[in-house]
Design a protein around this ligand. Structure first.
Ligand SMILES: [Zn+2]
Length: 267
């Protein structure tokens, strides 16, 4: 077998091994891959996926963020305005992304709490997918509405309406919308070709499907989260909860820290 062929087979195989959560040789498998993480608010992807993002960047992937809303409702400060908060949160997200090595953050600037998974949003997401051409897309879980028990909380949890909308619109954008030439045909006239996303990762709250070892990048995750200063009165409490959850997921696979996903390999 010619060397080139052998190495490409090995690379494909290794990538699968790595993605399944085991990396015994320490080789880098995400080299050359493009990853797009789509969140509803600034901080969503830092909570859900920043350990994975930082790890994949360190392995040679190029990662981007797409944030659907302006985050302009997330404050109880009586002096705060929507406009000012949107500016602050935009800056916080850019700084956090920099810590992780994210190449660029795109903002759609929909009004916080008003996100709807309609064709307007889907067209915007498809446009970004066709432009960046990611192999892997990460978003939240569109099927997660609520839970009566939440790891790290003494309560249940209702998933934010924007999280559900962003997740659903992203899933639909990956399959089938970005793939089909006749969907949003105006894109083709702008030079944006159809694109097939290879795999989708949904940040997992409850389902335990696919755990990524983030032991080496956990510190970066905490650092990135800490930069969303407008969102925390007491970051120590947040850090405690995030640590507890990362340990919980990690332990299921024998890692110190993990992030949990549902992974779908797309046809
Ligand atoms: Zn959020």
């Amino acid at each position: 077998m010619p060397t080139g062929v052998r190495s490409s087979v090995a690379e494909r195989y290794s990538y699968k091994v790595d993605v399944l959560g085991s990396n015994p040789s320490g080789r880098t498998y995400m080299k050359g891959k493009t990853v797009l993480a789509v969140g509803a608010h600034p901080d969503d992807m830092d909570f859900g996926a920043s350990g994975t993002i930082a790890r994949w960047v360190s392995e040679g992937a190029t990662c981007y963020y797409l944030i659907c809303t302006d985050g302009s409702r997330g404050s109880s400060d009586p002096q705060m305005t929507h406009k000012r908060l949107a500016e602050i949160r935009n800056e916080e997200q850019k700084k956090a992304a920099k810590v992780l090595g994210v190449k660029k953050v795109f903002f759609l600037n929909h009004t916080d709490t008003q996100l709807v998974a309609d064709l307007v949003l889907k067209e915007e997401i498809v446009r970004v997918i066709r432009k960046l051409r990611p192999n892997t897309v990460i978003t939240m879980d569109p099927t997660f509405y609520y839970t009566t028990e939440m790891i790290g909380f003494d309560s249940g949890f209702v998933n934010h309406t924007d999280h559900r909308a962003a997740a659903l619109a992203t899933m639909d954008s990956c399959f089938p919308l970005a793939r089909d030439r006749l969907t949003f045909p105006e894109h083709e006239k702008e030079g944006l070709k159809p694109h097939r996303v290879e795999e989708l990762f949904f940040v997992g709250f409850e389902k335990k499907d696919f755990i990524v070892d983030i032991t080496k990048t956990f510190e970066k995750k905490i650092k990135a989260l800490s930069l969303h200063k407008s969102q925390f009165d007491n970051f120590k409490e947040v850090e405690k909860r995030v640590t507890l959850r990362a340990k919980f997921w990690g332990k299921l696979k024998g890692y110190k820290f993990g992030e949990n996903y549902t992974r779908i390999k797309l046809p």
